[in-house]
Design a protein around this ligand. Structure first.
Ligand SMILES: Nc1ncnc2c1ncn2[C@@H]1O[C@H](COP(=O)(O)OP(=O)(O)OP(=O)(O)O)[C@@H](O)[C@H]1O
Ligand SMILES: [Mg+2]
Length: 401
């Protein structure tokens, strides 16, 4: 299971085996167990444990008032409304409706194969977290562009450095797992990379993830790509989802740089994103690919409002006018980045253009992009920070590993 470790109160009726439920929980979760014996008033004995818990899992098989009472009390009468996921052994029939009416957030039927139970629990937890009204979660911005060399890494790094002036410790994640160059572009040594995190022992939590970030002078933090292409396979989509979730729980802005493909990792990141930054370039081939990319994202359920379109090398004289661009892409680019000789120079020095030449055309464009996103996206509650796409993987037909 990919989620970050949780504090769980697991209550089961007599006859429901808690073992498979426990095994399906995120690694490192702390579980307090209790049994319902019938006879009512279960809540009294559970109040203290519920106050400590982040999630109540109720395993039941009888359609009785005690289970419904517990659901209602836990979900409605605790201070923040403890999320309740019901695991029903057998066919729930009418009980399903009653459980939801009492305040259950989700209902999963038992038995289930371990992996499916794990996945169902993960979804239930993620959904409940998304429904939370007050929990703050950082914005997750995935920088995408279907074509190679359009300026994705440039955009992700400069956005990250520029955002460091608006918020403490934004994070850039290098998801170009085989040939990532965020470290090079920012002059950072890859002492600890995402590969080291993926192959480290023990459970994954926010503290641990932060320990693998490399700090840049600007205040930006970076989770760097593996140093060798063969290490990329250690990063599974499950692991990646947990890392992004962990980072969002502690940082206001998480920016993900991607390779030029809709790989399973990129899909997973898009899937979890609150916002996308699409980077295209002013030439006919790149515009065609950007158009297809935007159409694909639209089919995946992304609203145009959740996509910022960056047109790189926007001043290049290639016989394409701004109105041609708008006609082809069906929208106006939000930010225009000119070609700038200061960029390759800054990259050679391992510096962001917003720091090396903030007054240059490109420097100003990226500062403007950061200001726009800082205003539009922060601070967020989890309600606003819900992943912006709804039906992505099915559209692309790619499944996570
Ligand atoms: N506006 C620009 N002006 C000058 N040079 C630029 C500009 N944009 C990009 N470049 C140059 O193009 C190269 C590719 O940029 P970048 O690495 O950001 O692209 P990318 O989309 O991340 O590529 P990939 O798909 O291979 O990851 C860089 O070396 C950079 O120097
Ligand atoms: Mg790149």
């Amino acid at each position: 299971m990919s989620s970050v470790a949780l504090k769980v109160l697991l209550v089961v009726e007599d006859g429901v085996d808690p073992a498979p439920i426990e095994e399906a929980l995120p690694a490192g979760s702390r579980v307090t167990k209790s049994t319902l014996h019938g006879g009512g008033h279960a809540w009294t004995g559970l109040r203290a444990a519920a106050a400590e818990a982040e999630l109540l899992l109720l395993g039941c098989s009888r359609q009785d008032a005690e289970a419904l009472d517990l659901i209602e009390t836990a979900s409605r009468h605790t201070e923040d409304g403890l999320p309740v996921v019901v695991l029903y052994q057998g066919s729930p029939n009418g009980f399903m409706q009653q459980a939801f009416a009492a305040g259950a957030d989700d209902l999963i039927t038992l038995p289930q194969p371990p992996l499916e139970l794990s996945f169902a629990l993960e979804k239930a937890i993620a959904r409940r977290r998304g429904n939370g009204q007050t929990r703050r979660e950082g914005a997750l911005i995935t920088v995408v562009g279907p074509k190679g060399g359009t300026g994705k890494t440039l955009t992700a790094c400069n956005l990250g450095v520029a955002l460091a002036a608006h918020t403490s410790a934004p994070v850039v994640v290098d998801l170009d797992l085989q040939f990532g160059d965020v470290g090079l572009a920012l002059g950072l040594k890859p002492e600890r990379t995402i590969y080291d995190l993926a192959t480290s022992v023990g459970s994954l939590d926010g503290d641990k993830i932060d320990g693998f970030l490399t700090k840049h002078d600007s205040g930006l933090h970076a989770l760097l790509a593996p140093v060798r292409p063969d290490q990329a396979a250690a990063v599974t989509t499950q692991f990646l989802r947990a890392v992004l979730e962990g980072l969002r729980s502690r940082h206001e802005f998480v920016i993900v740089d991607t390779p030029p493909a809709f790989s399973p990792e990129v899909i997973a990141s898009i899937d979890a994103s609150t916002h996308l930054c699409v980077v295209g370039m002013l030439d006919a081939l790149s515009l065609k690919d950007t158009k297809i990319g935007l159409e694909t994202l639209s089919e995946m359920g992304y609203e145009p409002a959740n996509i910022t379109l960056v047109l790189n090398r926007a001043d290049t004289s290639v016989g394409i006018t701004q109105s041609d661009v708008e006609r082809v892409l069906g929208r106006k680019p939000d930010v225009l980045v000119p070609s700038d000789r200061a960029i390759p120079r800054a990259i050679t020095e391992g510096r962001a253009i917003v720091a090396a030449a903030p007054r240059s055309g490109a420097g100003r464009a990226y500062l403007e992009l950061a200001e726009h996103l800082a205003k539009a996206l922060a601070p967020q509650t989890s309600e606003r920070a819900e992943p912006a796409a709804k039906a992505r993987r099915s559209v692309l037909g790619i499944r996570g590993r």
